[in-house]
Design a protein. Structure first.
Ligand SMILES: [Zn+2]
Ligand SMILES: [Zn+2]
Ligand SMILES: [Zn+2]
Length: 361
């Protein structure tokens, strides 16, 4: 007899924060051709002669913005993006004609070279280095927000592996600062504000509480068989003193994991030096779990933090920053693109169990 966890799952799960990002969980094989992205053999070389991001090739990058801890013997370097998606060099007036609208592509696009070693993966970096990296994210966000009041959002993200859109194999993150708030962030901000007004609670804090304390058994009305058991900690992948890594119940991607501060905090800019150390540990361990299960995981991660918009000034109690990690194990199908549904072929419970089972040193 199969346990509830092994039963095929076919259900639509509603994202409690952004319902439009709901997911069809369908673990029945053959639901779609599984266009699995074969794990690309990872380039693990420490140094590559021709790589513009490698030590000794600093002259090959666009102008440098900053280096940590120092320009010589840098561990992390920030440079301009060679092909920026947005720029502050030309400023056109906003235009509209007929039904079409143009907002000037004003903004900033920068590259953070995460490490001076070419092929090092996040879980192979030392915890002090990861603390430095997340501190650099924070500093850069802060400086960009201060640099121009037109900037409403600074998005930090990382593409790792060709399937995740990384065009240069040397490990790096990116910063894009925009004069508009991305739609998905705005939806999170507005919906969590509405939840707060109804419940006087931050929805993200409530989700963390549920993950840590919730237990339920649902029985089938006719047969009396157990239909679903949700047990305490079933969705918790990793826990540190100040942070938690959770597998969302309505995960859009098979191996998606979110990291949140355990104590309410809306703006990533407020993370303390001490908390960065704790985050670094949780991050390294979470990425090690993903790597052990997926073997050379290709992934994106991105940071969602309170936008700097005067209109969102009252969202300090309702919004809660988080890091979304989205490994790329399949390409979206026509059904997904046409319907807007995400299809996830691995039950989040099963994925969480696998990730938790990895033995870390
Ligand atoms: Zn390199
Ligand atoms: Zn909260
Ligand atoms: Zn988010």
């Amino acid at each position: 007899m199969s346990t509830p966890a092994e039963k095929p799952v076919r259900e639509i799960r509603i994202n409690p924060i952004v319902p439009s990002e709901s997911v069809l969980i369908s673990t029945a094989r053959g639901m779609r051709p599984k266009n699995a992205e074969a794990p690309a053999p990872r380039d693990t070389r420490a140094h590559v002669e021709t790589c513009p991001f490698c030590v000794g090739n600093e002259h090959m990058t666009p102008p440098m913005i900053a280096a940590y801890p120092a320009e010589k013997h840098w561990e992390i370097r920030i440079v301009e993006n060679l092909y920026p998606v947005l720029g502050d060099d030309r400023q056109n007036p906003n235009l509209s004609f007929g039904l079409q609208q143009i907002i000037d592509g004003y903004g900033r696009h920068e590259v953070i070279i995460d490490h001076n070693q070419h092929g090092v993966a996040i879980h192979e970096m030392s915890e002090p280095h990861l603390a430095l990296l997340f501190g650099v994210y924070r500093d850069r966000m802060e400086q960009l927000y201060k640099s121009n009041s037109r900037l409403r959002y600074v998005l930090i993200f990382k593409n790792f592996g060709p399937a995740a859109g990384a065009s240069i194999p040397h490990t790096h993150s990116q910063v894009v600062a925009t004069p508009v708030i991305p739609d998905n962030v705005q939806a999170e901000v507005s919906n969590s504000r509405a939840f707060y007004h109804r419940n006087h609670h931050c929805i993200y804090c409530s989700l963390v509480d549920e993950a840590l304390t919730f237990e339920v058994t649902l029985y089938d009305r006719e047969s009396g068989e157990i239909r679903r058991e949700i047990s305490v900690g079933q969705y918790v992948i990793e826990r540190a003193k100040k942070f938690i890594a959770i597998k969302p119940f309505a995960s859009r991607y098979e191996w998606e994991v979110h990291i949140l501060p355990l104590q309410h905090q809306s703006d990533f800019l407020r993370i303390s030096k001490h908390d960065l150390d704790d985050l670094a540990r949780l991050m390294r361990r979470t990425m090690a779990r993903l790597d052990a299960v997926l073997r050379c995981a290709q992934y994106n991660y991105f940071l969602h933090s309170l936008p700097h918009d005067p209109d969102d000034g009252d969202c300090d109690a309702s919004y809660h920053w988080h890091l979304e990690i989205t490994p790329r194990t399949s390409v979206p199908s026509g059904f997904e693109l046409g319907s807007g549904f995400f299809v996830n072929t691995v039950a989040p419970e099963a994925a969480a169990e696998k990730l938790r089972a990895v033995v870390l040193d």
